[in-house]
Design a protein around this ligand. Structure first.
Ligand SMILES: C[S@@+](CC[C@H](N)C(=O)[O-])C[C@H]1O[C@@H](n2cnc3c(N)ncnc32)[C@H](O)[C@@H]1O
Length: 247
């Protein structure tokens, strides 16, 4: 199987497994669907280099949004130490559920998180994550890798997975400032390797939500605007409304 697309039959308990989407197979086989890619790319140093030294900072600002003991959904596997850092932040009383649409990534992430009993990994599409509601959902560098119609579906599904008081954290590329020396080199990288990234950096993430007004949106940018963290928080019900909702 080494060197080919991983298309092993899914285990029986995952018989309802989603199909690998065309965009993933056509655009990202080299990165996510070959065992050799895992060996080469799943390395914190490599991810740090891909993110121009910003991995630690982006993980730190992501983890700062979480609290120990929370139930958190990670919307897709991420190479390097990201999931382990989330699991550590949630602690033994917390719960981390990582989903991914590719069986190879699910198996691999399960192996990586073996030392964290609070973490569970399962096969699912971020557009239909299942699993009920979560205190927080983390979507780390997924949106720039999926076509715009999928961006809509994924954003809506992840927002639907948080109750009042819950939040979704989107960390991803953003359009770098005009003066940024990496603006044009990154545009070239996007053109060659990440064609769906333009659909992300040309719009606000909130624009992909069908009901963005139901959330409070907060955006921070990093490294001259090349990266963004957007937090969508579903407001808590005010007491009168909560009482009506409970009737
Ligand atoms: C999170 S994204 C990019 C992360 C980043 N480039 C890194 O360092 O790993 C990569 C993952 O998203 C997964 N993926 C793509 N589309 C998905 C979807 N609709 N639902 C869940 N996972 C998806 C891929 O299988 C892959 O494992």
């Amino acid at each position: 199987m080494d060197g080919g697309i991983d298309n092993r039959p899914v285990p029986a308990h995952e018989a309802e497994a989603p199909q690998l989407p065309d965009y993933l197979v056509k655009t990202y086989t080299w990165a996510y669907l070959k065992p050799a890619s895992l060996r080469l790319l799943d390395n914190t140093l490599v991810v740090t280099a891909i993110l121009w030294g910003n991995l630690n900072r982006l993980i730190r600002v992501n983890c700062a949004e979480l609290s120990a003991g929370q139930r958190v959904l990670q919307a897709a596997n991420v190479y390097g130490r990201y999931s382990a850092d989330l699991a550590r932040t949630l602690g033994p009383e917390g719960r981390l559920e990582v989903i991914d649409i590719a069986p190879l990534q699910v198996d691999h992430c399960r192996r990586k998180l073996r030392g964290f009993p609070q973490a569970k990994v399962r096969l699912a599409d971020a557009a239909a994550p299942g699993g009920g509601v979560y205190d927080t959902v983390c979507c780390f560098f997924l949106l720039h890798e999926i076509p715009d119609d999928h961006k809509h579906r994924v954003v809506d599904a992840l927002l639907a997975a948080v109750p009042p008081g819950g939040k979704v954290i989107f960390t991803d590329y953003h359009r770098a400032a005009g003066w940024h020396p990496l603006r044009w080199p990154m545009n070239l990288v996007f053109r060659i390797l990440e064609p769906f990234a333009f659909g992300l950096i040309e719009r606000e993430i909130a624009d992909f939500a069908s009901d963005s007004a139901a959330f409070v949106w907060r955006k921070s940018t990093y490294f001259g605007g090349l990266y963004q963290k957007v937090v969508a928080e579903r407001p808590r019900l005010v007491p009168a409304r909560a009482a009506r909702a409970a009737e």
